[in-house]
Design a protein around this ligand. Structure first.
Ligand code: UDP
Length: 358
């Protein structure tokens, strides 16, 4: 181990086992950051719910009931925790072993780890994976943000939802580019990727595909079955095909030959890992102009940014796709979203936090 190597403890999201897709993009982010930290010679353990699978990474599986996802709660819903919660169990474990590490990194979008921060003797870095969703979370995140640098966000537009732009570090995201193959000549398909849940507004992409009369391949975890059924019933003749929740390898094989990825989030998407996965394959991204995607897509060069919630805007952008040179998309992923670039940002963040007395 190099002299300046860090001993890191990553604590995962408690909404489900890693590898199931329930956690959304933070699952891939945790995997990529962990992989890159190990490659750099740091030592690392990951605490995650039982059943978690991350190829070859060191996981300590923690039992307990999963946490209710934050996206389906109201802004004023009180903080809830199930009995024998895996969130509390992971943090109890972290408390016991904290002496063996330099830094604990929290990937959970939950109140408890923020609340526990001053009670730990080791420093905790919090990577916040979604925008503001609840009053109680906003309060505790703002309180913890007074410890220099300890809050990390994906993007400035996400940080702005907490009114914390100036007190935080924005870390963006990154992918293992070797897993995504560049495809210069697409087939006549569009793609939509992600958790199938109301905040992602898949219905807009389905409607746009129907109007443009181009088949749409849909991939991702069905998180809300009723919502998915409603879409299928509302658009019985739409040219859509649901392929399931696929592994990165299988997903990119479908994605790379698509003409474009449609990103239609209704909420302020913190980042949108699927955008950079598409770019890595040379696939342009058509997204609403808000949140993370608006920071990732270079309008007219790596895709198009359209008026939020405008299906008409999506359809017009689809017609303009021949204007995009797909090699610019891959180039953008190589420049800004490689594992090396991601690792530099996170390692600098960790070292910055450790400079302060806590
Ligand atoms: N994803 C996947 N298989 C699929 C579809 C999606 O592994 O078939 C992953 C994708 O790689 C991405 C995540 O699901 O990491 C969706 O994350 P994103 O950041 O786009 O949105 P979030 O779910 O965090 O809101």
């Amino acid at each position: 181990m190099p002299n300046n190597a860090l001993k890191l403890l990553f604590v995962s999201t408690p909404v489900g086992a890693l590898g199931t897709g329930v956690g959304g993009g933070v699952e891939l982010s945790l995997y990529n950051i962990a992989q890159e930290m190990l490659r750099r010679g740091h030592s690392l353990q990951i605490l995650a719910p039982i059943g978690s699978k991350l190829a070859q990474l060191p996981i300590i599986e923690i039992p307990g009931n999963v946490q209710i996802i934050a996206q389906i709660q109201e802004r004023n819903t009180p903080i809830m925790m199930p009995d024998n919660g895996v969130l509390a169990n992971m943090w109890e474990y972290a408390r016991q072993v904290q002496g063996e590490y330099d830094l604990i990194v929290n990937f959970a979008y939950d109140w408890l780890p923020f609340y526990l921060t001053p009670f730990f003797s080791k420093v905790i870095a919090h990577f916040v994976s979604m925008g503001s969703l609840s009053v109680a979370m906003d309060e505790i995140v703002t309180q913890v943000a007074t410890n220099p640098g300890t809050i990390g966000f994906y993007t400035p537009s996400q940080a702005a939802t907490f009114a914390l732009n100036s007190q935080c570090t924005c870390l963006s995201s990154g992918v293992d580019l070797s897993l995504y193959e560049f495809c210069p000549n697409p087939d006549n398909y569009l793609a939509w990727l992600g958790r199938i849940a109301p905040e992602k507004a898949l219905e807009d992409a389905v409607e746009a595909a129907q109007i443009a009369n181009i088949p749409l391949k849909i991939m991702g975890k069905i998180q809300d079955e009723d919502y998915w059924q409603k879409i299928c019933q509302s658009y019985p003749n739409a040219p859509i095909e649901y392929l399931g929740f696929l592994s990165t390898t299988d997903m990119q094989q479908q994605l790379r030959s698509c003409k474009a990825l449609l990103m239609t989030p209704r909420w302020i998407e913190a980042f949108g890992n699927v955008a950079i996965e598409a770019l890595a394959c040379g696939v342009p991204v058509i997204a609403y102009r808000r949140g993370g995607p608006a920071e990732i897509v270079i309008d007219g060069k790596t895709g198009f940014l359209v008026e939020p919630d405008s299906v008409k805007g999506l359809v017009s952008a689809i017609a303009r796709l021949p204007e995009i040179d797909r090699s610019n998309c891959r180039q953008s992923a190589e420049t800004d979203y490689s594992l090396e670039a991601l690792g530099d940002r996170f390692e600098n963040w960790f070292r910055f936090i450790l400079k302060f007395p806590h």
